[in-house]
Design a binder for this molecule. Structure first.
Ligand code: PAF
Length: 282
């Protein structure tokens, strides 16, 4: 397994792979890998000749007061895990190489997909994500890039960017991976105290309750959101950022579920903000 630390080395290596006719799968990550990331890697391993995992805590997608400095990092452990997954290359650039002095070009997607949900409390976040992913796509030239359904909004933003700008690659969605008790895997789960970790289970429980209500015939968005709110508020440590239900394809507003809908939650426990979601179809 190669570990590339400069843009130039990574780009050269990818060019060689492309010229040899090999398909490339890219798994963009910020490291501190867990089973959720490994599900992306395994999917890429099944589909592509070459699998590249990028590990880069992207400074421009963090706002002031967010956890850029504290974000967990462990390249040694990540490398070992990825070696066992038979990954071909890790791309772990320095921020100064990705954003050298004078860097001043950004890629931004507009519309509902970048104005709702996490965009409201994280202004500029998606512009940082689309800019870094555009750079990663140019550097690694993947045929496919793998994104988790856990960050459903990020996935929609990526799909829209690739479609709107004709990037010659496919965005492959991979289902959410959960801990045995239902908590969605996230690198940020390590921030939770034992009590916060216990109470955070209410996220998945509230989504399951919502699914039951929908199965029983309820379609009204406000009623379903009310049930989720009551469920989450039963946990004293939970502070709700948002509970929303939108059209699953473009995040447009809906009053009733009729087709595919996304139920999305962001809730803080202490200083840790967790997201979770459920795709429903009626
Ligand atoms: O989901 C993440 O870990 C990041 O937003 C990504 C896609 C690696 C871009 O920095």
């Amino acid at each position: 397994m190669e570990i590339m630390k400069t843009v130039e080395d990574m780009q050269q290596w990818c060019l060689i792979q492309k010229r040899a006719g090999r398909s490339i799968g890219l798994v963009p990550t910020m490291g501190y890998l867990h089973e959720g990331h490994l599900a992306l890697v395994r999917q890429a391993r099944q589909n592509c000749d070459i699998v590249i995992v990028s590990i880069f805590v992207n400074p421009i997608q963090f706002g002031t007061g967010e956890d850029f400095d504290e974000y967990p990092r462990d390249l040694t452990r990540d490398s070992e895990v990825l070696r066992q997954e038979r990954v071909d290359a890790i791309f772990a650039p320095l921020a100064s190489d990705m954003y050298p002095r004078g860097f001043n070009t950004y890629v931004e997607v507009f519309g509902d997909v970048t104005e709702k949900l996490c965009a409201r409390s994280r202004p500029g976040h998606f512009k940082g994500v689309t800019t870094v992913c555009s750079k990663l796509f140019h550097i690694c030239q993947p045929d496919r890039a793998y994104f988790g359904q856990k960050d459903a909004q990020q996935l929609l933003v990526m799909q829209k960017m690739v479609r709107d700008l004709n990037f010659p690659l496919e965005i492959v969605p991979v289902p959410i991976v959960r801990e045995p008790d239902g908590l969605a895997m996230s690198s940020r789960n390590v921030y939770l105290s034992p009590e916060e970790r216990r109470q955070a289970l209410v996220l998945y429980q509230s989504l399951q309750e919502a699914q039951k209500l929908i199965n029983s015939g309820e379609r009204k968005v406000e009623t379903i959101k009310g049930l989720i709110r009551d469920c989450i508020e039963s946990s004293p440590l939970a502070r709700i950022d948002y509970i929303e239900i939108y059209d699953a394809d473009d995040l447009s507003d809906i009053e009733e579920i009729d087709g595919r809908a996304l139920i999305a939650l962001a809730v803080k426990f202490g200083n840790t903000r967790l997201i979770d979601n459920l795709l429903v179809e009626v």
